[in-house]
Every structure is written in C-alpha cells, then in structure tokens.
Design a protein around this ligand. Structure first.
Ligand SMILES: [Zn+2]
Length: 284
C-alpha cells in the first residue's frame, strides 16, 4: 500500500520534504562554536534573538530598574569592558547582537542572565554576593559566554526535538512570524527563560564548563583579576540557606572550582596582556 502510494508519487513529495527538513540541519547546522567544538545549532539566530528581545522587554516592563546610581554605573562599566572584548575577539559569534544591560531592583533575587542576542540582566540581590566588580565580571562573563557559545540554540536543537525543528524549518523557509504560543513557550524554556512557566532547565555540565572557561578568559582580557572567579563560586557555595537562584540553573560541584583554579595560570597570562588592569575593581 505504502509502496503503491510512493510509486504513485503522492507520498514521495511529502516524505522527501520531511526528510529534507529533518536532515538538512545535520549538514548545515553543525558549526564550530566559539571554543572550537562542533555544535548542532539549527534554529535561526534571528528567531531566538527576537524572542529573547521580546521576553527582555517584558521583564523590563514588569520590574523596577535601577538607574543613575553608583551601583548601576558600576554594572554598566563591567558590561562595557566585557562587551568590548567580546566584540573584538568573538565578532563572528556576536553578529546581530544588540547588547544591553539592566540592573533590576530585586534585592532578594540573586540572579543574572544574558539572553541570546546580548540582552543582559543583573538582579540587585547578586551584588552583595559578588562584593566587587571582578566577581560580577565573572558572573557576567559566564552568562555572556553562554550567549556567545549559542548554548540556548544548542539546547533548543537537542531538547525540543522534531516539532520545534519543523517550526524552525518552517520559519526559515517562510519567514513566518506567527509561531504558535506553545512553540514560543518551548523556545523560551530552552533558552533558559522558562522559570515563569515553572520550568527551569539547568545547563548541562559541559555547557557550564565551557561558559566558565570562556567567561574566565573574557574577564581576564577585560582587565579583571581572574582569581575572583573561583573565589566567587566559593562564596556562593558558602551561602548555605540563602542559595542564589543563579545556582538552580547553574548547578555547581566541587570540580567547577578546581577547574577554574587549574585555568588560573592561563587566565593570568591574558590578564597581564590586558591594556588596562583593574584588579578587583570597586566594591559594591
Ligand atoms: Zn551557566
């Protein structure tokens, strides 16, 4: 029966189309990421970036933003220094980024993120944990690295599966703006913005290790002393009862601090080459 239909050509067209949709990303979507690892990123970046931009605008509407204070200037300063390095050394990986940073007035929320497309949010509760600019540069550098490494895209590609693949392919083919709300929700969950739906997927250990490593390089090149990265993770772990939200989506283990410590020599060689050195920067 199937053979008959195939022979009649009715199904050939359909199956060929599905096959092309399913297989094409395997040929076109496997690209070398900012650390040289081949990663499957099949979603159009423009699609993820515009979804992220919308979600970021919603967050800015909902939350009070701290502006024109010493703290907000310091947050902006750390962002500027890291973004300068990202644009200079990873230009290919931040094409189409529209960088922006906001400091949300949420003293009880110890969190931070950088969405695909370069939209950065710092919640004021994380500043006392950071204590200084260099530790904030470690957090922000780590978050920016997830975006540069397109980890969100990779998670969509791996975890959402065929349905999203179809929508993504459909979007790419038709430039269709009307992606269903369910798909939007799935995409937001996959890029790490799903907490309002009660689904916060932790990053994988491999993604964490990559973001730690690239983040450490970014902060050192930006002129912040890299030893503040492992020091910050130790402070976060020591936080005990008031565990930062940051840790719920960025699972930590003892090997993370060890890894960051084992990369100090390399990071310090980059730090020494930085045109301006700020040490730990100013305290919050
Ligand atoms: Zn992370």
């Amino acid at each position: 029966m199937i053979l008959q239909l195939l022979l009649e050509g009715k199904m050939i067209k359909q199956y060929t189309l599905y096959l092309i949709l399913i297989l094409s990303p395997l040929f076109t979507g496997c690209q070398s990421n900012a650390l040289g690892r081949n990663a499957l990123t099949i979603m159009p970046s423009s699609m993820l970036n515009s979804q992220a931009e919308q979600a970021y605008a919603d967050e800015k509407q909902k939350n009070k933003i701290i502006k024109n204070t010493r703290q907000s200037h310091l947050v902006q300063q750390v962002a500027n220094r890291l973004i300068m390095v990202a644009n200079r050394d990873y230009a290919n990986y931040c094409q189409g980024f529209n960088w922006e940073v906001v400091l949300f007035d949420k003293p009880k929320v110890k969190n931070a993120y950088c969405m695909p497309g370069g939209k950065i949010a710092i919640y004021s509760g994380i500043l006392p944990v950071c204590q200084n600019e260099a530790a904030l540069a470690a957090v922000m550098g780590h978050e920016i690295s997830h975006a540069l490494l397109r980890h969100g895209n990779e998670r969509v590609s791996q975890q959402i599966g065929l349905t999203t693949l179809m929508v993504g392919a459909n979007y790419a083919l038709n430039k269709n703006e009307n992606v269903s709300s369910v798909q939007k929700r799935n995409i937001l969950i996959a890029v790490g913005l799903g907490s309002e739906f009660g689904v916060a997927l932790p990053f994988s250990r491999m993604h964490e290790r990559e973001a730690d490593y690239l983040g450490l390089r970014l902060m050192a090149k930006a002129g912040y002393i890299p030893s503040e990265a492992p020091a910050l993770w130790k402070r976060m772990q020591a936080n005990g009862k008031s565990m930062p939200e940051f840790l719920s989506t960025h699972p930590s283990d003892a090997s993370r601090i060890k890894d960051l410590e084992s990369k100090q020599q390399e990071a310090f060689s980059l730090y020494r080459l930085a045109p301006h050195k700020y040490g730990k920067g100013e305290n919050f």
